[in-house]
Design a binder for this molecule. Structure first.
Ligand SMILES: [Zn+2]
Length: 295
């Protein structure tokens, strides 16, 4: 059973523990360039374990909104190299290595191939030569303890799995960019996550009818990337309307543009939907700074 609970009432910081149940908190629900609801980065908490899926350029601020510092988050899972997902990782790396009260290296769940890309194309520029005088350049392993998922299969497709304490994280490749990619093999690395075979989060992705459909059989709640227009590298509201009513009714939409709540700016009169997700058969817009609790 899923409950939606308010958090951080009375200004208390968010606890990174639960009584044993799974808790999902979107520290942001907006798109890459959103100014209203931060970017789509997601905390997964169960028992005394937690993982932050992505930490974009606004990620440290989004944590601060919940009374948390990046130093408090001890485990990360970056999904892909757009700055709204990994733009906060330099701060994570440097503050954990150079802040006097830091506990040491945080953990990072990441595949081998993507680890090399994230380091060489994104993080090395700001982190590699911080201690160049000491005889060697730094590596990603100087900043993070790497946790490596194993390959597995779900519904006949290759996935990767990491068990972080009680949290089972299934990592699924998505077709996000370039926009010309016709399948995941032609795409740059990007992934979604399926948590405890219960909560499915698409990750950034273009619309692939088969992708949510494949996981809908097992998922109790689904969260899908959504934008207000057709084209580019994300699924559009228009395309998501083609999913079956059974799937839409367990689906929340996230990664939305700042005009999500002004349907007159993006819904045409000829469109067969209202732009209000609850009226169009979805669960609704995913909410920032609430807990989705699974008991
Ligand atoms: Zn992206």
């Amino acid at each position: 059973m899923m409950e939606i609970n308010e958090i951080c009432q009375n200004g208390e910081p968010l606890s990174l523990k639960t009584d044993g149940h799974l808790r999902i908190v979107f520290i942001g629900v907006g798109s890459a360039f959103a100014k209203r609801r931060r970017q789509s980065n997601i905390l997964i908490i169960q028992g005394d374990h937690h993982v932050l899926v992505d930490c974009g350029t606004q990620g440290p601020l989004a944590l601060n909104d919940l009374g948390l510092d990046v130093l408090a988050v001890r485990c990360y899972l970056p999904t892909h190299s757009h700055a709204d997902h990994v733009g906060g990782f330099e701060e994570i790396a440097l503050s954990n290595r150079y802040t006097p009260h830091a506990e040491g290296k945080p953990q990072m769940i990441i595949l081998r191939d993507y680890q090399d890309l994230l380091w060489s194309k994104t993080l090395a520029g700001g982190a590699e030569f911080c201690e160049a005088n000491q005889g060697r350049s730094l590596q990603i392993t100087d900043f993070f303890e790497i946790l490596r998922p194993n390959t597995d299969q779900v519904e006949g497709r290759k996935v990767w799995v990491y068990n972080h304490g009680p949290i089972e994280i299934i990592i699924m490749r998505t077709r996000h960019f370039p926009d010309s990619a016709v399948n995941v093999d032609e795409s740059q690395w990007c992934c979604g996550v399926f948590i405890n075979r219960k909560v499915w989060i698409s990750g950034d992705t273009m619309f692939d009818y088969e992708y949510p459909t494949r996981f809908a059989k097992q998922a109790e709640a689904m969260f899908h990337d959504c934008q207000m227009f057709v084209g580019g590298v994300h699924a559009s509201y228009h395309e998501l309307m083609t999913l079956s009513p059974e799937i839409r009714k367990k689906m929340f939409l996230y990664h939305y543009n700042d005009n999500w709540d002004k349907p007159t700016t993006w819904v045409k009169e000829s469109d067969p939907f209202t732009g209000i997700p609850e009226k169009d058969g979805f669960q609704g817009w995913a909410r920032q700074q609430v807990a989705y609790d699974f008991k």
